[in-house]
Every structure is written in structure tokens, then in C-alpha cells.
Design a protein around this ligand. Structure first.
Ligand code: S3P
Length: 262
């Protein structure tokens, strides 16, 4: 055997060891998940991920190819999250709620914590149409926009394990709710009109609120929509006074409870 062949054999032995370790590691990830579930423990533990990263960075300090190795470990962590997410949610998580109820923020946090794809409906519609939501409303009208929402939800039937953040008005159409529920669990995020007002008062991308940014208008529109929101929801989470981690943890626990019951 020449030297090159010998090096290649050694490399392939390394690959086999890495493979074996990864298989073992993934099985442990699944066991951790089961342990947390059976002991009713907090599922999302960002502090643990931070500790793991710090430990790795310390161990790699001054070592050759530290950056490349760290990159691989980030990928491993990312994929562990995916394994967890697939174990927990074999469906899409559909976030609904009034403008400013926190759908986009919670979608970002949840998709980061579980390495899930996130679909921001307004953003996709706006990109595809090549104009802002306000311009779509102004140029084509609300009905046109609502049709785009329906089409996008139908399109989402071919996906799973995605966090979908709906526009505030999406559940107003019964067909939309039916589409959401085909392969999704619907989570309603709520907040008081005062909280909503504070969250939306400085933004200008919500045509329905543009000239109505006050608590009484918000209260009135919220009341008009309440029954539809609540009817659509599989789970309702109040967001007032809670941080992202608290909201997401509650959401995960409630979805798990729901699955136990089904
Ligand atoms: C709307 C909410 C907006 C956006 C559009 C209409 C609504 O989404 O879809 O301005 O009817 O409540 P956000 O809830 O994400 O602001």
C-alpha cells in the first residue's frame, strides 16, 4: 500500500468513528427529550446550549482549525434541535392573533430554538408581489390580499414542521382556518389593547391601523375578531408581561398536552 492509500484508510477509519459517535449522540438527544417529557421538565433550555458552546470554545482555544471544527459543532447542535422538533411537532405550528400580538417575534424565537423553518406570510406575500402590504391594499384592495393569504395557506399543505406566522386578519376567513388545521395546530397569541398599542404605535406597515392608532380602535377591532380567533385556536396563550422564552415554553407544553389528548 502506498502512503496515499494508507492515509485514505486512516481517514476512513476516522469517518467511521465520527459516524458512530453521531449515531450515539442522536440517540442521546432523543433520550434527553423523552426524559424531559416524562419528568414534565422545561423543554427549551437556552442556558444549556450556551454552556455547551462555551465549553467547546474553551476546549478548542488555540487548536488547529478551531473555526472549522466549531462550525461543524454548530451544525450538530442545529440538527439536534431539528431532531427534537420532529419528535415534538409532526405538524405545522400556525400562529394567529391580532396585529402586534407577537406572532413574528414568537415565530423567530421558536424557529431558532427548534431549527424549524419559519414562514412569515406577510413577508412572503410582499416579496412575491414586489410591494409592501400597504401598497397591495392601496392598489388592489383587501380582498385581493386575502386571496393571496388563502393561496399561501393551501401551498403550506405540502410542508410540515414549519412555524407559520399569519397576518392578523388571516383567520377571518373560514376557508383559511380549515386550511391551517389540515396539517397544523393553531396557536392564538393574545395581548391587551394597551400592550398592542405600545407595540404597534411606531410602525407604519399596517394599513388597517395607520390612521387608527389608539386603544379604543384597537379594542373595538379586537372585539369584532375575538370569536373568530378563539374558534380557530387549538391553544390560546396570553402574552402580556411574559418574555419570549416563557411564551414559547408555555406554547410547547400546551401543544404536547394537546397531543397526549388526541
Ligand atoms: C392585518 C394584519 C397585518 C397584515 C395586514 C392586515 C389584519 O399582519 O396582514 O396589514 O387584518 O389584522 P400583522 O398581524 O402581522 O401585523
Amino acid at each position: 500500500m502506498n502512503h496515499l492509500d494508507e492515509l485514505r484508510v486512516r481517514l476512513s477509519v476516522c469517518d467511521e468513528q465520527i459516524l458512530e459517535c453521531l449515531l450515539k449522540r442522536n440517540a442521546i438527544v432523543e433520550d434527553i427529550m423523552k426524559y424531559k417529557e416524562s419528568h414534565n421538565m422545561q423543554i427549551i433550555q437556552p442556558e444549556q446550549e450556551k454552556r455547551q458552546n462555551q465549553k467547546l470554545e474553551q476546549e478548542l482555544e488555540g487548536k488547529r482549525h478551531a473555526k472549522e471544527i466549531l462550525d461543524i459543532f454548530h451544525r450538530i447542535t442545529y440538527n439536534s434541535k431539528k431532531i427534537q422538533a420532529r419528535h415534538l411537532f409532526h405538524y405545522n405550528i400556525v400562529l394567529i392573533g391580532f396585529m402586534g400580538s407577537g406572532k413574528s417575534t414568537i415565530s423567530d424565537y421558536l424557529s431558532t430554538m427548534f431549527a424549524m423553518d419559519a414562514v412569515e406570510m406577510d413577508q412572503i406575500i410582499s416579496q412575491r408581489e414586489g410591494m409592501s402590504i400597504s401598497d397591495i391594499f392601496a392598489v388592489y384592495g383587501e380582498e385581493y390580499f386575502r386571496n393571496l393569504e388563502t393561496n399561501l395557506l393551501v401551498e403550506m399543505q405540502s410542508r410540515n414542521n414549519v412555524v407559520i406566522s399569519c397576518g392578523g386578519g388571516t383567520p377571518m376567513r373560514e376557508k383559511n382556518v380549515a386550511e391551517m388545521k389540515k396539517n397544523g395546530r393553531v396557536v392564538l397569541l393574545t395581548a391587551s389593547p394597551e400592550t398592542i398599542y405600545h407595540r404597534v404605535k411606531d410602525s407604519h406597515d399596517r394599513p388597517l391601523l395607520e390612521n387608527n392608532k389608539n386603544v379604543s380602535f384597537i379594542t373595538e377591532l379586537m372585539e369584532k375578531r375575538r370569536v373568530k380567533y378563539e374558534t380557530a385556536a387549538d391553544v390560546i396563550i396570553e402574552t402580556d408581561g411574559k418574555n419570549e422564552l416563557e411564551i414559547c415554553e408555555e406554547l410547547v407544553q400546551r401543544l404536547m398536552e394537546l397531543d397526549e389528548k388526541r
